[in-house]
Design a protein around this ligand. Structure first.
Ligand code: NAD
Length: 491
């Protein structure tokens, strides 16, 4: 049991200072593995959000006028600092949202540092224009300029990654930044901002926690903000679009998904069984992944064989348990409202005629009876639900948890039709040994990212973005710049 004096307090970072909410109000952070409060953070006000915009605007001229190589040097130092504080940051991310420490330590932290190093290398690209000889005495060229103040609005499922990918490239381009973490998971972001502010001069990177409807809306609709990058739900994207409708500004939208993960009979079935279960959905943050392969499509001739293999892989490789234990491979659902949502979708799946073929149970007392500390945590078993139609709500709506539907298909054409029968278009997996088929699938799948014989790999080398209701734009240096066109007569 935690006692009150163990509860830690975290603060906003505005203009380089650690600051509480102007109202004095705080939000309790709940450890999802225990259901107990472990920290508090500011429930900021519109006034706090305005102070952050003021600080970011004031810092813009100084930061944007530095040579690109100087900005790059700062960003490399931030990458180094992340590695030095890797253990602390991994633990905070794990406590914030239950993502197992095995993944936050060994996978997440190095990937964050890579983003800052990559952004440092991209600063030159972000300031490069084009020159065109328009005639013997006239020349034209383009200048790339930073936009001004960028607001990054974060989700709860992956705070540090989304923080980094927005802030690193926006700063690299010469913008100043305000990060608004989710009210469901703000701690790791607040500490991350505090650490980054040990390196950057004041005002260049600010972090303000609080509710979306007050702090988030004040930031995105503020006339002093020039670009918004939201990672979140379609509902929030629509609310922001309405809020800025009278004075539109550019947005990057990284929204939800309902990714198909398609297994053909000619695939390496052992590899596929692991790919669609462990990498596809269950190991990554208990399925709370935008790209989670939550619709597993299996060719009918291998359907039963694959189910047996998938059951074996899950039994052998998924260890549900305390996310701070390095042996755990799947943690809890990140918060109580998401837990209720995931549980209600499992019940809905049964009502819709789905057959739960693996898992389906929930609750700490039922799933982890040997650890009473975890009894009130938000635990859900890895769950597979066999269905015969992709039109069910559990196949069409984003569940965002360790729950996948399993759908049989006969032909390649049918697999494509089922895969594309979705409002979303974020990720898709294809498991096949037929290269021609792989290329046909890549071209026909309506998805921002397609993985063949692997799933979920992302990195700074390639863009990551969505199609359809999964959003548009990618967090990259060019998206945080604008072009200015110049014509000169020199004759
Ligand atoms: P959410 O939309 O509820 O909240 C996201 C953020 O928006 C929060 O910080 C919230 O405070 C803020 N917000 C809410 N209303 C606002 C408003 N009116 N104005 C400004 N800000 C506002 O999303 P969530 O539940 O935190 O995150 C889960 C969603 O994010 C899922 O749909 C998931 O698929 C998606 N996601 C997408 C990606 C991707 O890269 N495509 C990555 C991770 C998560």
């Amino acid at each position: 049991m935690k006692t009150a004096n163990e509860i830690r307090e975290f603060h906003n970072i505005i203009n380089g200072n650690l600051i509480s909410s102007s109202s004095g109000t705080r939000i309790e952070s709940i450890d999802p593995s225990t259901g107990k409060v472990w920290a508090t953070f500011p429930c900021s006000t519109s006034q706090d959000a305005e102070s952050a915009v003021e600080a970011a605007r004031a810092a813009f001229e100084e930061w944007s006028s530095r040579p690109a190589m100087e900005r790059a040097a700062f960003l490399r130092q931030i990458g180094d600092l992340i590695i030095q504080h890797g253990e602390e940051l991994a633990e905070l991310e794990t406590r914030d949202n239950g993502w197992v420490i095995k993944e936050t330590s060994y996978g997440l932290i190095p990937s964050l540092a890579s983003l800052w190093y990559d952004a440092a290398g991209a600063t030159a690209v972000g300031s490069k224009g084009e020159t065109v000889q328009l005639g013997p005495t006239s020349v034209g060229y383009t200048l790339r300029e930073p936009l001004g103040v960028v607001v990054g609005v974060l989700p709860w499922n992956s705070p540090l990654f989304t923080f980094s990918i927005k802030a690193a490239y926006a700063l690299a381009a010469g913008n100043t930044v305000i990060i608004k973490p989710s009210e469901m998971a703000s701690i790791a972001s607040l500490r991350y901002g505090e650490l980054i502010n040990k390196i950057l001069p004041p005002g260049i990177l600010n972090v303000v926690s609080g509710n979306g409807v007050e702090v988030g809306d004040t930031l995105v609709s503020h006339p002093g903000v020039n670009k918004i990058s939201l990672t979140g739900s379609g509902g929030t994207a629509r609310a922001i679009a309405q809020s800025i409708a009278r004075k539109p500004k550019p947005m990057i939208l990284e929204l939800g998904g309902k990714s198909p993960n398609i297994v053909f009979a000619d695939a390496d079935l052992d590899k596929a069984a692991q790919g669609v279960t462990i990498y596809g959905i269950f190991s990554g943050n208990a399925g709370q992944l935008c790209v989670g392969g939550s619709r597993i499509l299996i060719q009918r001739s291998i359907f039963d064989e694959m189910i047996i293999k998938m059951k074996e892989v899950i039994a052998q490789q998924i260890q549900l348990g305390d996310p701070m234990n390095p042996k755990s491979s799947m943690g809890p659902i990140a918060n109580s409202s998401q837990y209720d949502k995931v549980c209600s979708y499992i019940e809905l799946g049964k009502k819709e005629g789905g057959e739960v073929i693996i898992g389906g149970r929930h609750g700490g007392a039922a799933l982890l009876p040997d650890d009473p500390q975890l009894a009130d945590g938000y635990w859900v078993e890895p769950t597979l639900i066999k269905v015969n139609s992709n039109s069910l709500r559990i196949c069409q709506e984003e569940i965002f948890g360790p729950v996948a539907t399993v759908i049989p298909f006969d032909t390649e054409e049918e697999a494509i039709a089922i895969a594309n029968d979705s409002a979303f278009g974020l990720g898709a997996g294809v498991w096949t040994s037929n290269l021609d088929r792989a290329h046909r699938m890549i071209r026909q799948l309506e998805s921002g990212n397609v993985w063949v014989n692997l799933f979920r790999r992302v990195g700074p080398e390639l863009p990551f973005g969505g199609q359809k209701d999964s959003g548009f734009g990618t967090d990259s240096i060019l998206e945080y710049t604008r072009e200015k066109t110049c014509y000169i007569e020199i004759g």
